[in-house]
Design a protein around this ligand. Structure first.
Ligand code: GLU
Length: 319
């Protein structure tokens, strides 16, 4: 009796090991749960996991600190892929700005996704109507590791501002910032994110708040000098309190990986997205106007990963 039980256990263990050997787990870095990166990662995984029986890949996309955290996790080998702003893809590959001394030559582009305006959202009772009005106010400049925090620092540098130009510079994560604005703990929040998104919707739902234009000479110069920035518009009527279009600048969300991730893994992930492209586009309104042609051309400064390139050639998207 005892012998039999032991045999069964050993058999079950052997079967478990065999199944494990065929399955490969991949992790995609996203952002806060009320942002769009989280939906990008979840959507990609959903499509990948429909094909696990064929390719053996099992995909998860946990919430993370955002662009910089994702790039660093991929570099360290803790994550396989992730979403990152096009400005931080550029800087990681070139070892510039935030990535000076921490260059990531092996970062590889997979595709770009939606546009991400640099958004400033202010309580209407704060009197903030322009970016310069943020001086002396309580501002959530974002958590370290997020794309918005790093891009905010670039903007502050361009303007010659330091942290002491604010009455308070808080470092709340996207998931916490709407409540902080609503509770009058801060006057404004900064968020580089696609539209529409849950965080801004939440922020404007309980109080009077509006999106503030980010323009002027310093911004024009940033856009002129850097290929990864472009002028951007937040459409009026999308959020309560902001009826007119608002001018700012922005970047693209991009999907990145490392040269050390095997070609067949990246190939299968890309195939899962583009073979089911209409389904993918329906998973978030920010994906609605995506085209495959733009996604493999815009916002990418690192070389394409060979696994992605292989799929694009087969699909006739690349010569
Ligand atoms: N752009 C933000 C970042 O890089 C994330 C936006 C989102 O989660 O959609 O951290």
């Amino acid at each position: 009796m005892k012998m039999l039980k032991l045999l069964v256990t050993a058999g079950a263990l052997a079967a478990g090991t065999a199944a494990f050997a065929q399955e490969k787990f991949i992790t995609i870095g996203t952002g806060g749960q009320t942002g769009v990166y989280f939906v990008v990662g979840q959507s990609i995984c959903r499509l990948v996991n429909r094909g696990t029986a064929e390719h053996g890949l099992k995909c998860t996309a946990p919430s993370t600190g955002g662009s910089i955290a994702n790039i660093n996790a991929i570099k360290a080998g803790d994550m396989d892929m992730g979403v990152a702003q096009s400005d931080w893809q550029y800087h990681a590959y070139n070892g510039t700005s935030e990535f000076e001394g921490n260059k990531f030559d092996d970062i590889r582009a997979v595709f770009s996704v939606h546009g991400e305006p640099f958004n400033v959202i202010a309580r209407s009772d704060s009197g903030i109507e322009s970016f310069d009005d943020l001086k002396g106010k309580r501002v959530n400049i974002g958590n370290p590791g997020s794309g918005q925090r790093a891009t905010m620092e670039v903007v502050m540098n361009a303007k010659g501002w330091g942290l002491d130009d604010f009455a308070l510079a808080s470092e709340l994560k996207p998931a916490e910032q709407a409540a902080a604005l609503g509770d009058n703990k801060v006057d404004a929040i900064i968020y580089t994110v696609g539209h529409p998104n849950g965080s801004i919707q939440e922020a404007v739902s309980t109080i009077d708040a509006h999106i503030v234009p980010v323009d002027g000479e310093a911004i024009d110069k940033l856009v002129e000098d850097n290929p990864f920035y472009a002028k951007a518009t937040v459409p009026g009527g999308m959020y309560k309190g902001t009826d007119e279009d608002v001018t700012t600048f922005g970047v693209k969300a991009t999907f990145v990986t490392s040269a050390s991730v095997p070609d067949d893994v990246v190939y299968q992930v890309v195939k899962a997205v583009f073979d089911n492209f209409d389904r993918f586009k329906r998973l978030h309104p920010a994906f609605e106007n995506l085209t495959a042609e733009e996604m493999i051309a815009d916002g990418l400064s690192a070389p394409l990963h060979p696994g992605a390139e292989k799929y694009y050639r087969e699909a006739g998207l690349l010569e």
